[in-house]
Design a binder for this molecule. Structure first.
Ligand code: FES
Length: 1108
């Protein structure tokens, strides 16, 4: 049924969101456990740092905590995921496997998810796990005396705007500390004792009117047993009998890590990447003060785990994670931080472009990655990377071969490098340096055509006029074969006991090597010249080949000959006009192949039947074999002219590679790995675009350094060196670059960079002003050409029919590039299409425009040239909250929503009715919980400046960041359906899921029957308590009714149609506000209502509803 549903992850998540340290794999072993968004990595802390496991978790990790229940000898791991599920994992050291000790569903579909992120905490005495997932609710999962989890229960939490909750140490009853904000935005701290069952009692102490930036609590273990309240300008230590505060330089602490077991020292990482040491000064249990010291700079930390001996893991979701060592003395710059290792992090990717930087026909992805000071561009390419180990400048290499001093040697000794008129021999000296040497028996004054180790400790060299056999021990000439007079050798190949060469005139000569002998065994004349030959042994004898492959000029064929008689057994015409330049006989996983490289860079492969010589099916480009299939992968090097294996003692399993006047020795990286090159820019690059004609990139970036005010730039970069060539400052501090495009216009041969901006004034909920700026690149500099004011933020720009198409707030606007009388150019509005809630992104194809709407999924528009108008052609009627769209073909579109899902919709252009043509149907769906696909997923939601940028609905999305508020029951249901909880499902010993029964005053309320009829006419009967509205009822029963504004009458996405007029008449009259909002609803009928406004009453028993 589903098409376009094949999605693979090219790269595992690289950002680190959480980390913790403990004895997880055994009581004696210390482990570092890292959460990378949707994966957990378990490392063993040894000097080598062994990774034990890398496990996918089917959801984005919200909590990662180690704890040790009573009776356990090693730690257990609590994981909660953003989909309201949790599990407790244990390491089974016998089977080296993770076991799920407990798991459960803690969702509650009628509660409002927290604004400030999910909190999962464990009582230090392991009496219970606490979860704060919904406003006003604290969920408790208690442990029994044997350390097993029991059924969970909820406790009402009076504080609605909770900033942080932690369990306190040393309390007889489990006690939580709650940091919260009141309705006047003042921040306070309170403690509660958790009384089993199900109630809170006000705890031992509280603290009011804290630092306005206080948003982090650090519980302090015994003997002190207090709590640290971390603010922007103060840090307060609080306990029932002490309160000490210290002023700090204004900063936002993002992560902390405890250094000592008694909790007297903490590492604090701030949002500018500075690492501080906080010390609680105390005499026994009496705290006398706090002290803070700056240690140095790291990546912006999202987690800090102190490992041992001053070694610290700094996990980062904005930059590369790091392993650092804290020195006892500062370095010359006053820093105590020494970076031992960095781990590449590609995220958060906020924009990308695909460019063929090397001009080799292989696209590379250039991403805007990281944030703030850790912002960077990353060049991501797919293929095999080469680990360079040594290189030397050598121009004009024509061929290379590695030779051993004896066939029995493990390593190669010599590297023979051939040039147009000489041959040079390199060898590794005792200092492991490549040094020139000599093999006296070789001819060094001519170009070498082929070299090989030979039997009886000999070496063979083929040049244009001879074959020379040399002792590898004395290096003296032992025998020589001369080419016939008047003919020169053009191509040659050899094994340890054979030489095959072709001379001018089409002579193919086969020679066998003996102990000091070269015997010409056979010579045949072919009709054309030979272009390439090979006889790599693919049989059982590694020193002798029974087959030879020969590529021919003129008839463009490859031929297989049997040796020693040179009997032709197969001739394969390659077709086309491109001659074969290199052939190779080889075997992978027991299957023999003939690889044939053509002059135009294509590689053909044939399966070879070694007995009959038959060649079967050929496909382009093959490098290695996996599961008996040949697979292709590029090598990420520029313009390699020659390559040969060179495994020396100093560089085992290496390759010698000749390229661009350089000889490089390197090892091959893992096959099919993504190669990532980092170009630090030190600021947040938000948008990127490449201009092929000027070989430049342009980026919109934000510089946000601690000491400076925020600055917005358009910067021009060289696409090879990535140097900044030119910078344009957006002078107004509130103007930010929001889109960028390279394009040209009708009647103008110049290529321009167009930049869309938005004025994000703090007092405006949605930008009402923006600009489109047009630049040209002249002499490597950005030159300003024109500007056009817009009535909102320019979220997306597209070149469209020689004009410029812009998505501006809720409309799509088309501009012409007009020539004025004075010869200057100006953007002039031609037509527009309104009616979108917010159009953050669009794509175009021909005259079609696919618009992704922040609430109304995909809409297809068409531009009508003659009339000069843009009209709606079709739309997906689902209420998907989109961040990006792509056009796959004329009728199929790919959308990315804010819940990390990809889906495809199809338009039926050939449908018989207009209505069917207008509607698009979802045909493929993929939950992308593993990681967000940059432009397709995170382009808008992730990084638009929040409070400043959107209308009320949009603001709510962004304030919730990753969209819990907007996760409709439909989306949740789809996610659940698509992803069986593999980790959680291993062992269903315990499930704490509970349902919220409609209980009022301990009595079950009266319920009526409500029937939802889906698009296929299937009825879904649900029981709904009197007094509940239809939106709530739908959510409780997983009916896909969106209700994006939660009943605030701002969205119309809870639109339902009452199917029988008699029931419609029984409803309360709609209010004027509801009527107004209904006007925006899709598929309005005379019995349409907004579900959030319809309250269930007894007369409605049996009402039938459908969702348009
Ligand atoms: S939920 Fe938005 S109007 Fe009903």
């Amino acid at each position: 049924m589903s098409v376009w549903n094949y999605v693979v992850t090219a790269q595992k998540p690289t950002c680190v969101t959480h980390s913790c340290v403990g004895n997880f794999t055994s009581p004696q072993e210390l482990n570092l456990i890292i959460a990378r968004c949707t994966r957990i990595e378990i490392h063993l802390l040894t000097p080598q740092g062994v990774q034990i496991a890398d496990v996918p978790v089917y959801g984005r990790i919200a909590t990662l905590e180690l704890f040790r229940p009573h009776g356990e000898t090693q730690d257990l791991l609590l994981i909660t995921i953003e989909k309201y599920k949790f599990c407790v994992l244990q390491w089974d050291s016998e089977s080296s496997e993770l076991i799920t000790r407990a798991m459960g569903d803690v969702s509650d579909c009628i509660r409002r998810p927290t604004d400030n992120g999910q909190i999962g905490i464990i009582d230090p005495d392991c009496r219970l796990i606490g979860l704060h997932l919904y406003d006003g609710l604290f969920k408790v999962l208690p442990f029994d005396k044997k350390g097993q989890l029991n059924e969970g229960f909820n406790i009402r939490l009076p504080e609605l705007q909770v900033l942080d909750i932690k369990f306190l140490y040393g309390c007889t009853k489990p006690t939580i500390a709650v940091l919260y904000q009141d309705i006047k935005d003042a921040r306070h701290f309170k403690t509660y004792e958790v009384y089993l069952k199900d109630k809170f009692v006000e705890g031992p102490w509280s603290h009011h009117n804290l630092d306005n930036g206080a948003d982090l609590l650090i519980p302090v273990p015994p003997p002190l047993c207090g709590v640290l309240i971390i603010g922007d300008e103060t840090i307060v230590y609080c306990s029932p009998n002490a309160c000490k505060a210290i002023q700090i330089r204004p900063t936002v602490i993002k992560a902390y890590g405890r250094v000592d077991i008694d909790g007297s020292r903490y590492l604090l990482g701030d949002d500018t990447g500075l690492l501080h040491l906080l010390v609680i000064i105390h005499e026994k249990e009496k705290v006398t003060g706090l002290q803070i010291e700056l240690l140095g700079e790291t990546s912006i930390a999202s987690s800090i785990s102190y490992l041992d001996n001053g070694v610290v893991f700094v996990g980062s979701s904005y930059g590369d994670s790091q392993l650092i060592k804290l020195d006892t003395l500062p370095d010359a710059k006053g820093s105590y931080v020494q970076i031992l290792e960095s781990y590449v992090n590609l995220g958060p990717i906020v924009d990308l472009c695909v460019v063929d930087l090397e001009r080799q026909g292989q696209g590379q992805v250039v991403t805007c990655s990281g944030a703030y000071k850790d912002g960077s561009l990353r060049v991501v390419s797919n293929g095999i990377g080469i680990n360079e180990q040594a290189s030397v400048e050598l121009q004009g290499i024509k061929g290379m071969w590695s030779l051993k001093s004896s066939l029995d040697e493990a390593f190669e000794t010599f590297l023979v490098v051939s040039f147009i008129s000489e041959t040079r021999i390199l060898a590794m000296n005792i200092e492991d340096e490549l040094e020139e040497t000599e093999i006296e028996g070789f001819s060094s004054q001519v170009q070498t055509l082929f070299c090989h180790d030979a039997v009886y400790n000999q070496l063979v060299q083929v040049t244009s006029d001879s074959v020379r056999l040399v002792s590898s021990t004395t290096r003296e000439l032992r025998n020589k074969w001369d080419s016939p007079a008047g003919f020169t050798v053009n191509v040659a190949t050899a094994t340890a006991s054979q030489v095959l060469l072709a001379t001018g005139g089409g002579h193919l000569v086969y020679i066998e090597i003996g102990d000091g002998t070269l015997t010409e065994v056979k010579r045949i004349l072919l009709e054309y010249e030979v272009s390439c030959i090979d006889m790599n042994p693919i049989g059982n004898n590694p020193n002798y080949s029974q087959l030879a492959a020969v590529g021919m000029w003129i008839d463009i064929s490859v031929r297989i000959f049997v040796l020693p008689d040179l009997t032709l057994i197969t001739k394969e015409q390659l077709g086309g006009e491109i001659i074969p330049r290199s052939v190779l006989l080889c075997a992978f996983e027991g299957i023999s192949y003939l690889l044939c490289a053509l002059g135009d860079g294509h590689l053909l492969n044939f399966q070879l039947d070694t007995s009959s010589g038959e060649l079967r099916e050929h496909r382009p480009a093959v490098i290695y074999s996996n599961n008996k299939k040949l697979l292709y992968s590029n090598v990420n090097l520029k313009e390699v002219s020659h390559i040969c294996p060179f495994s020396s003692a100093a560089f085992p399993d290496s390759l010698a590679i000749a390229r661009e006047g350089e000889l490089t020795i390197g090892t091959i990286n893992d096959i099919q790995k993504l190669q990532i090159r980092t170009i630090p820019v030190g600021e947040l690059a938000r948008r990127i675009c490449h201009q092929k004609q000027t070989r430049t990139f342009a980026i919109c970036s934000i510089r946000n350094h601690a000491e400076e005010s925020e600055m917005n730039f358009v910067r021009l970069l060289d696409d090879q060196t990535f140097e900044f060539l030119s910078t344009y400052l957006l002078v107004n501090a509130f103007e930010i670059g929001s889109s960028i495009l390279s394009c040209s216009f009708t009647d103008d041969k110049n290529v321009y960079y167009c930049v869309g901006t938005a004025y994000a004034f703090p007092e405006e909920k949605e930008p009402t002003k923006g600009r489109i700026l047009v630049f040209i690149v002249k002499e490597g500099k950005l030159q300003f050409i024109a500007e056009k004011e817009t009535e909102g933020a320019v979220y997306s720009l597209h070149a469209f029919n020689g004009k410029l198409l812009a998505a501006i707030n809720h409309k799509i606007q088309l501009y012409k590039w007009m020539l004025r009388d004075d010869g200057t150019r100006v953007l002039q509005s031609e037509c527009e299409h309104r009616g979108h809630i917010l159009a953050p992104y669009m794509q175009t194809r021909g005259d079609f425009i696919a618009v992704s709407d922040l609430m109304k999924s995909i809409t297809i528009l068409i531009y009508k040239h003659e009339e000069g108008v843009i009209e709606e052609r079709a739309r997906d009627c689902n209420a998907n909250w989109l961040s990006a769209v792509e056009i796959l073909d004329d009728d199929t579109y790919l959308g990315a929503d804010d819940c990390y899902n990809l889906f495809t919709v199809k338009k039926y252009s050939e449908a018989s009715t207009d209505e069917a043509c207008d509607r698009m149907e979802v045909v493929g769906y993929k939950s992308m919980i593993f990681h967000r696909l940059s432009r397709l997923c995170s382009r808008i939601v992730q990084e638009l400046p929040r409070e400043r940028h959107l209308s009320k609905c949009g603001m709510r999305i962004l304030q919730r960041s990753y969209g819990h508020y907007l996760r409709s029951s439909a989306v949740l249901e789809r996610q659940n359906r698509n992803f069986p909880e593999a980790v959680f499902a291993n062992n269903r010993k315990l499930c704490t899921s509970y349902s919220t029964a409609s209980v009022k005053g301990g009595q079950e309320t009266e319920k009526i029957n409500v029937i939802f009829v889906d698009n296929n006419g299937v009825e879904n009967h649900i029981k709904v308590p009197i007094g509940m509205n239809i939106l709530e009822a739908a959510r409780e029963n997983n009916i896909p009714l969106e209700g994006a504004c939660d009943g605030a009458l701002e969205c119309a996405t809870c639109h339902v149609i009452v199917m029988d007029m008699k029931y419609y008449k029984k409803l309360e009259e709609p209010t004027a506000e509801e009527e107004n909002m209904l006007d925006n609803a899709y598929g309005l009928t005379e019995t349409s209502r907004l579900g959030c406004q319809v309250i269930v009453k007894p007369e409605l028993d049996g009402i039938r509803l459908t969702i348009p």
